[in-house]
Design a protein around this ligand. Sequence first.
Ligand code: NDP
Length: 286
Amino acid sequence: MTAKIISGKEIATRLREEMKLEVEKLKSQGVTPGLAVILVGDDPASHSYVKGKKKGCEEVGIYNRSIEVPATLTEEELLGMIDELNNDDSIHGILVQLPLPNHIEEKKVIERISPEKDVDGFHPINVGRMMTGQKAFLPCTPFGILKMVQLQNIDIEGKHVVVVGRSNIVGKPVGQLFLNENATVTYCHSRTKDLKEITTQADILIVAVGRANFIGKDHIKEGAVVIDVGVNRLETGKLCGDVIFDEGLEVASYITPVPGGVGPLTITMLLYNTIESAKQKIGVRS
Ligand code: NDP
């Protein structure tokens, strides 16, 4: 079997085309969706993510306010900036790029963002709403993964989804989203015994570990759907996922590449959440 490659890039392009039209419609109703991104310090990876977010906003017509501040910013100052953005009517989404310098407590910062503008879906109120199946801003990477699978018309209900990784931003919420869609979900992590025995039971295998070449063909059931979330930089400078791609291609029915798989969907869902927030503000139901 040669797996079908799911192109996140193509899906993201299609979704962004649709979003462009939505934004035009909102503008004609007098509302321009606005996203504020705060970047503290000068971590190169964070800079590049923020650049991607800005570009995404420009592409679909979202107003983007990038706020870059030095790593010496105090926690109080950052919380004050968030308060201002919470009260700013031109801003519908607020994102503070993580990680933050050690002297700033991430939890405090996330909790300060109004849940109505928390387009990253990290605020405990949105996490709780997601857990209980209520309408919520869904965290962007897990939301993108779900969207990708749904747009390929892959059945989720009753399927065994195995998630390798249990971080708060990827592993845990992605399992929850598939559970909400009536999958049977198993989580694996660093203390899991006999990983292969579990991953080979997966109809849909989602890998979010952050280790190159971690999953090979003997971890994958013939015909499984393999979603590779990992982004690892090799010594050669090349990016790769957690799954040995060529081996995955041999046994899976569908597989996502790295780069060009889950990554492009992440920013796309951030744009989606920002548009949703603007729609909610003017009472448009979606
Ligand atoms: P974390 O480091 O927060 O979590 C990694 C998870 O992998 C942990 O739950 C850990 O288990 C688990 N793990 C580590 N070693 C093993 C092992 N030997 N066996 C089984 N599980 C193991 O990473 P993130 O969730 O933040 O990110 C994961 C990957 O996804 C990274 O490569 C990251 O760059 C990428 N990523 C990609 C995004 C995209 O848009 N494409 C967005 C976000 C992340 P334990 O909890 O027990 O320590």
